[in-house]
Design a protein around this ligand. Structure first.
Ligand SMILES: C[S@@+](CC[C@H](N)C(=O)[O-])C[C@H]1O[C@@H](n2cnc3c(N)ncnc32)[C@H](O)[C@@H]1O
Length: 201
């Protein structure tokens, strides 16, 4: 039990350090300012670092495949008065009906998945028509160092389980999403990506 808490604690310390260096929490605030409720899915919510940005009146489903990370998210949730439901689950096989959510948020999730296309297809299914998917993600650069990222992506994925050369917009379009806009947060590598499921299905 202690070692599992250590992993979640280490993750929070690591993200805290990144926040000090890069201002990640400002990026989270920007993303959450575009979220529309009332039914939200925070997919791959981890230790609940997005919880401070949830708003009263929402029902947020906090989903992650890791029980130990969700345990920490539950502790974080005690500090706020928002309706939340915690679910241990796989974003590639979401346990929800079609057209359930107004918005789905995924922060630093897709880079961790072996099959992000399957996850995006599931997210598309559970979003209501007109619903939005909001991503905070590191992606393949379109500048010359993008090729360098391609070379490194295989070894980095094998070592750390993190895909550094993904392009969520291309994958999302394959699933039927309409691309809305991107804001660069760090060079053109860490981005806020806003994507929509069209009203007419
Ligand atoms: C880098 S962390 C990001 C956590 C959180 N969204 C944040 O911004 O701090 C990635 C999270 O995705 C979760 N995850 C990875 N694969 C998943 C899957 N297939 N289904 C659900 N969660 C998954 C991990 O357990 C981890 O908590």
């Amino acid at each position: 039990m202690k070692s599992t808490n250590l992993v979640a604690g280490f993750y929070d310390c690591f993200m805290g350090l990144l926040d000090l260096l890069l201002g990640i929490n400002k990026w989270r605030a920007r993303l959450w300012s575009e979220v529309e409720g009332p039914r939200i899915l925070d997919a791959g919510a981890g230790t609940g670092l997005n919880i401070p940005y949830y708003r009263p009146g929402w029902l947020v489903v906090v989903l992650d495949r890791s029980e130990l990370f969700l345990k920490r998210a539950r502790i974080r949730a005690e500090k706020v008065d928002i309706d939340m439901e915690f679910i241990i689950g796989d974003v590639k096989e979401l346990p929800f009906d079609d057209r359930t959510f107004d918005s789905v948020v995924a922060t630093f999730l897709l880079c961790q998945l072996d099959n992000p296309l399957q996850a995006l297809a599931e997210i598309y299914r559970v979003l209501k028509p007109g619903g939005r998917l909001l991503l905070l993600e590191h992606v393949r650069s379109k500048k010359h160092w993008g090729r360098f990222m391609d070379y490194l992506s295989g070894p980095v994925y094998r070592l750390f389980g993190d895909n550094i050369a993904g392009d969520p917009v291309i994958l999302a379009k394959k699933c039927g999403f309409t691309y809305m806009k991107t804001e660069n947060f760090l060079l053109d590598v860490i981005k806020f990506i806003k994507i929509k499921k069209d009203e007419i299905q």
